[in-house]
Design a protein around this ligand. Structure first.
Ligand code: NAP
Length: 355
């Protein structure tokens, strides 16, 4: 199958290039760059270039322009582009190729909520309702027939995989507090003063606390859907605070949720083990363990999310880790492609981390 990667020179684009290079169902990769079309792929990834150039996977070995890529009619197009740019740059591919968008451009259906978070209305409001939210383990059936898949953010993925089953099963009493730690690659490759080595090494801190981060509405929207789908009333009151830590990649999320009195008597280690088995038994990428708190190293380089927890009376603490560039972005995008095209769901993806 022929796949295009738009934004191939960015962090998630480069990971896609590597994952697709080893994917058994991908014969041809069209690596696309808005700023460096015509340059050799060798310049951005000499390793991949050397490893796969003789297998003719890399079309011509050069980065192509968006127009050249559209003419080649890829069956699947990955958009690893900044939000607000992505929906514009993808225009020639909509309806002609299955588009898997890693940006936020199709994640929020309500244009006003999107505008509040991203400062501008969504570029393609006409397509918002056609886009399926690509949180693979939750929207598996919808993804199978989607022609536009909106890949979730890394913070939302790691927050929601442990939380959605809990919300549906037990409900919530009061606010949900989420503290998230992220490696610096989560901010992308662009040069930003705050992400310089000297600013970030031996240093960490919170940013955009409580309700001011762009991912807060994306997470809240999905948690509200989960609550309602389980027949529970009310909106989620979500306090989400990200922290930047001196890691290249990796993400750890700690969530605190109080369980309502009516359902708290059912809360136990055994009940949570059964709950995650019910939701994720068929998933190769979600693993849980009541006795051990997960660490980012467990999942580094893999498409997995590992979950742990601690119960204190009616309060439940959930701990989850992912690699922000893999399950949080490019790996989940490949998983979405695998589901959409009926490939083995684990094709081209690792299920365990590297030391
Ligand atoms: N980094 C993560 O952990 C992560 C996790 C989840 C989701 N995401 C999302 O995935 C998307 C890509 O993220 P990333 O981390 O790969 O970003 P990045 O490293 O900054 O790369 C983005 C790429 O987009 C291309 N681009 C095209 N038009 C652009 C423009 N006007 N301004 C800047 N870049 C432009 C550039 O490549 P060319 O010039 O070669 O086209 C650039 O290399 C973003 O929407 C991000 O929010 C990222």
């Amino acid at each position: 199958m022929k796949a295009a990667i738009l934004g191939a020179t960015g962090y998630t684009g480069m990971i896609l290039l590597r994952l697709l290079s080893e994917h058994p169902e991908i014969d041809e990769i069209i690596a696309v760059s808005s700023s460096r079309a015509g340059k050799s792929i060798k310049e951005i990834d000499p390793g991949v270039y050397t490893a796969v150039k003789n297998k003719t996977k890399l079309t011509g070995g050069e980065l192509l322009s968006v127009a050249e890529a559209a003419e080649m009619q890829p069956e699947v197009t990955f958009a690893a582009l900044p939000h607000l740019e992505s929906a514009k740059i993808c225009a020639p591919f909509f309806e002609k190729s299955v588009v898997i968008d890693l940006s936020a451009d199709f994640r929020i259906k309500d244009p006003l909520i999107f505008e509040k978070a991203y400062g501008q209305p969504p570029e393609r409001q006409d397509l918002l309702n056609k886009a399926v939210y690509g949180l693979c383990e939750i929207y598996h059936d919808e993804i199978k027939t989607a022609n536009l898949i909106s890949n979730p953010g890394c913070y939302p993925t790691a927050t929601m995989l442990p939380l959605i089953p809990v919300l549906k099963e037990f409900g919530v009493d009061g606010k949900i507090v989420v503290n998230a730690l992220s490696g610096v690659s989560g901010a992308g490759k662009k040069a930003v003063f705050n992400n310089l080595f000297v600013e970030r090494t031996e240093n960490c801190g919170a940013y955009a606390p409580a309700k001011s981060h762009r991912h807060q509405p994306e997470i809240k929207k999905e948690l509200d859907i989960a609550l309602k789908s389980a027949g529970r009333n009310g909106d989620v009151n979500l306090f989400f605070t990200p922290h930047l830590v001196p890691l290249k990649r990796g993400m750890e999320i700690t969530t605190i949720i109080d369980i309502p009195e009516e359902t708290a008597s059912r809360l136990s280690d055994e009940a949570l083990d059964k709950l995650y088995t019910k939701y994720y038994e068929d998933s190769s990428f979600v693993a849980w363990d009541s006795g051990r708190l997960p660490q980012t190293r467990d999942v580094w380089g893999s498409n997995s999310c590992r979950i742990g927890w601690k119960i204190e009376g009616r309060s439940l603490m959930l701990f989850s880790v992912i690699d922000n560039l893999v399950k949080g972005a490019s790996g989940q995008a490949v998983q979405n492609m695998n589901i959409r095209f009926g490939f083995k769901e684990t094709a081209g993806l690792r299920v365990y981390g590297e030391l």
